[in-house]
Design a binder for this molecule. Structure first.
Ligand code: G3I
Length: 469
C-alpha cells in the first residue's frame, strides 16, 4: 500500500513567469516522486505532481470569511475561478463604470495562498448587466470589446487563463451558434473578443468555454472543434478550450471523453476541465474524468464548480467532492487516488492523440484571382456538419480600396441559405449575389471584412467572385 506523507503544497502563483517557475518546480518534483512512489495528500499538490497540472475550485467572494470554507480551499486547491464575480454584470454594472471589489478579493486571496486564477468570463450572452441586454449592433459590439479590454487590462498579470467567450453555441443537433444579442452583431464577434483580450493581456491563455461539449459525437462538440480549427488556421489568438463538464443523468460521462480531450489538444490548444460537477458525485465518473485528463498531456487542469455540496449551484444534486459539513466524500478519494496513480504524460506541444479519426477537415479556402489594382477578392471557408454548414466569406479590397462590393457564388444543388449576417443576399439558392450592408462597404486598400451565412444541405465547392461596386 502506498504510504501517505504530508508534503509541502505544490503551488502555482498568479503571474505568468511565476507560474512557469511553479510548473518547472512541479515537473522536477514529478521525477523525484516517480522514483520514491510517495503519494500527495491533497488535490492541488497531487495534480501539480502530474506534469504541473492544477486542481481548482470555483470560489464565491462572500464565502471567503467562512473559515470552514477557506480551510478546505487553502488546503486542497491550487487554482481558483471566481464563480460570479468576474462576469459582466458584476464588473460593469453601469456602462463604463467598473467594479472589481469582489473579484479583487478573490484574486488577493488566491495570491496570498500561491494559487493561480482562471478568469471567468469576458463575453457571454448571460449575466449581462441591464444596460447591455438592451443594446444591439455596433453599439453593443463596441461595448463588448471595451468590456473585454478594460477587464482583461485590470487583471493583466494576475489571471493565468481567461474564458474569453462562454457558451456561444446552441444545444441540440444544429451545430449552429447560439442566437444572442452578441451573435447578432456579426459572426466574427468571438474572434473580435479574442483579439481584444490578447491585446489587453498578452500573457494570459485565452480559452473558449462551453457545456455539453464532452461527447465527441455531439454536434455542439463538433461545431466548437471546427471553430477552434478555423481559428488556429487563420491565426485568431486562441490557446485553450474549456469543457465545463456538468455531468448528470441527462448529460452522462461519455465513454469517448478522452477522445474529445485529445482531439482538441491535437489542434494545438490546451484543454481544461473548467466547471466539473457530477450528479450524486458518482465516484467512477469522477475517476474516469481525472484519468482521461491525465492521459492527454495538454489537459492542463481541472476545476470543480464549488467546494462543498452546499456551495453548488446544483446543491440538491450533491455533485461535489465535499459534503455540506466539509467532509471528504468517496468521490474525493477516487479523484485523489486517480491523481496519485496517474502516469506522467510525456511533455510536448501537441501530443494529443485522437483515438478516432478527427472530423472532416475544412478544405482550404477557395480564392478568386487577385485583382490587378482595384477590385476585391473573396475567399470562403466552411464549417460543415451532416445536413448543414456555415460559410464565412472574407472580402479583401485591392489596391484602390472599395466603397461597396458584391460577391457572387453558386450554391451546390440542394443547398439553401437559412440566414446570413453582415450582408444582403439576392436569393437563398442557386446563384446568389451577396452585397455589402451600410457599415462594411468601405474597405481600405488591402484590408478585409467578413460576412457569413448558414445553410442546409452540402456547401462544398462554392467559388466566390468579388466585384467592387
Ligand atoms: O447575489 C444574489 C443575491 O443577492 C440574491 O439575494 C439572490 C436571489 O436570487 O441572487 C444572488 O445572485 C445569484 C448568484 O448566482 C449568486 O448566488 C443569481 O441569482 C444566480 O442567477 C447566480 O447563479 C449563477 C449562474 O451561473 C448564473 O448564470 C451561479 O451561481 C453560477 O454557479 C453559475 O455558473 C455558470 C457558469 O458561469 C457558466 N456555466 C454554467 C454555470 C452554471 O450555471
Amino acid at each position: 500500500m502506498t504510504k501517505q506523507l504530508r508534503r509541502p503544497k505544490a503551488r502555482v502563483v498568479g503571474t505568468w513567469s511565476a507560474l512557469l517557475a511553479g510548473v518547472a518546480a512541479a515537473a522536477a518534483m514529478t521525477t523525484v516522486m516517480a522514483g520514491s512512489a510517495v503519494a500527495a495528500t491533497t488535490l492541488g499538490a497531487s495534480a501539480a505532481e502530474r506534469g504541473g497540472r492544477y486542481f481548482g475550485a470555483a470560489v464565491a467572494a462572500n464565502k471567503l470569511s467562512e473559515s470552514a470554507y477557506t480551510t478546505i480551499l487553502n488546503r486542497e486547491f491550487n487554482s481558483v475561478t471566481p464563480e460570479n464575480e468576474m462576469k459582466l454584470d458584476a464588473t460593469e454594472p453601469n456602462q463604463n463604470q467598473f467594479n472589481y471589489a469582489n473579484a479583487d478579493r478573490i484574486v488577493q486571496h488566491a495570491r496570498s495562498q500561491g494559487m493561480q486564477v482562471r478568469g471567468h468570463t469576458l463575453a457571454w450572452h448571460s449575466q449581462q448587466p441591464g444596460w447591455m441586454q438592451n443594446m444591439s449592433g455596433t453599439a453593443l459590439r463596441n461595448a463588448m470589446l471595451n468590456h473585454v479590454t478594460q477587464v482583461a487590462t485590470h487583471f493583466r498579470g494576475q489571471v493565468v487563463a481567461w474564458d474569453v467567450v462562454n457558451e456561444a453555441f446552441a444545444d441540440g443537433s444544429s451545430g449552429a451558434r447560439r442566437d444572442s444579442n452578441l451573435q447578432r452583431t456579426g459572426n466574427d464577434w468571438i474572434e473580435a473578443a479574442f483579439r481584444a483580450a490578447r491585446a489587453a493581456d498578452p500573457g494570459a491563455k485565452l480559452c473558449y468555454n462551453d457545456y455539453n461539449t464532452d461527447d465527441w459525437t455531439h454536434a455542439k462538440t463538433q461545431a466548437v472543434y471546427r471553430m477552434v480549427q478555423d481559428f488556429k488556421q487563420r491565426g485568431v489568438p486562441i490557446d485553450c478550450v474549456g469543457l465545463q463538464s456538468h455531468l448528470n443523468n441527462q448529460s452522462p460521462y461519455p465513454s469517448n471523453y478522452r477522445t474529445t480531450l485529445s482531439s482538441f489538444a491535437a489542434l494545438g490548444v490546451d484543454v481544461q476541465i473548467t466547471e466539473l460537477d457530477i450528479e450524486g458525485a458518482n465516484a467512477t465518473w469522477y475517476r474516469n474524468v481525472v484519468n482521461d485528463c491525465l492521459a492527454v498531456s495538454r489537459c492542463t487542469g481541472i476545476t470543480v464548480w464549488g467546494i462543498r455540496d452546499s456551495d453548488s449551484w446544483r446543491a440538491s444534486q450533491t455533485p461535489l467532492l465535499f459534503n455540506s459539513s466539509g467532509q471528504k466524500k468517496p468521490a474525493y478519494d477516487a479523484v485523489l487516488q486517480a491523481l496519485n496513480n496517474g502516469v506522467t504524460p510525456t511533455t510536448g506541444p501537441t501530443t494529443g492523440n485522437p483515438t478516432t479519426p478527427p472530423p472532416v477537415t475544412t478544405p482550404p479556402p477557395v480564392t478568386t484571382p487577385p485583382p490587378g489594382g482595384g477590385g476585391c477578392t473573396a475567399t470562403v471557408s466552411l464549417n460543415s456538419w451532416t445536413g448543414g454548414f456555415v460559410a464565412t466569406v472574407r472580402v479583401t479590397a485591392g489596391s484602390s480600396g472599395t466603397s461597396g462590393w458584391r460577391v457572387t457564388m453558386t450554391l451546390p444543388s440542394g443547398a439553401t441559405i437559412t440566414n446570413a449576417w453582415n450582408t444582403t443576399r439576392s436569393a437563398n439558392s442557386g446563384t446568389v449575389n451577396f452585397t455589402n450592408v451600410s457599415y462594411n462597404g468601405n474597405i481600405a486598400a488591402g484590408q478585409s471584412t467578413e460576412f457569413g451565412f448558414q445553410g442546409t444541405g452540402v456547401g462544398t465547392g462554392m467559388t466566390p467572385t468579388c466585384t467592387a461596386t
